[in-house]
Unconditional design. Structure first.
Length: 178
């Protein structure tokens, strides 16, 4: 069954001796292990930001992933209520000083006259709920009482003679400070 003549033919493979066979087997195990170790070191060597870029630094990443908003809980009784002028400076001045988005300028009695004829309640309603490009409560940071004080301030600077609204009672302060 076996042909002895075929066994005597010279071997034509790359491994001709037992020493070469052992070397090939050891290399077939060591070369992939060394390659894996080199790849792991290359990948895990650390952050390598592009030249001149600070986008991957810890501080820059922290700024990008910070919370969008936060909740602040205050004691309504200890809340410091702002004056009408303070609310005006904080929320109203951007449009009512320059006349942006069609807002009547503070002190322009001609522009304010038709609005003042509607009365304090109508002006307060517009300020609280928003009108045209003006957002509700000038952005919502202020209590209804503070917005009412700002309406009186702006109106009186523009020709009205409205009285300052009465401060809410301590029991009502919780609902007014929202």
């Amino acid at each position: 069954m076996f042909d002895d003549a075929a066994h005597d033919l010279p071997h034509e493979g790359p491994i001709r001796t037992p020493k070469q066979l052992i070397t090939a087997v050891v290399a077939s195990f060591l070369v992939p292990i060394v390659a894996i170790i080199l790849l792991v070191n290359y990948v895990d060597f650390g952050t390598k930001p592009a030249a001149g870029s600070t986008g991957l630094e810890a501080e820059a990443v922290g700024k990008r992933i910070q919370r969008v908003g936060s909740v602040e809980i205050r004691d309504a009784d200890s809340a410091v209520l702002r004056t009408g002028e303070q609310v005006y400076q904080g929320a109203c001045t951007a449009c009512h000083t320059t006349g942006a988005a069609g807002a009547p300028k503070i002190g322009d009695e001609a522009a304010w006259a038709p609005r003042l004829k509607t009365g304090y309640e109508a002006l307060l309603n517009s300020a609280l709920k928003g009108k045209g490009a003006m957002g509700a409560q000038g952005g919502g940071e202020y209590s209804d009482y503070e917005v009412a004080r700002a309406v009186v301030h702006v109106s009186n600077k523009s020709g009205a003679k409205f009285e300052e609204p009465k401060a809410p009672a301590p029991a009502d302060a919780a609902s007014a400070a929202k």
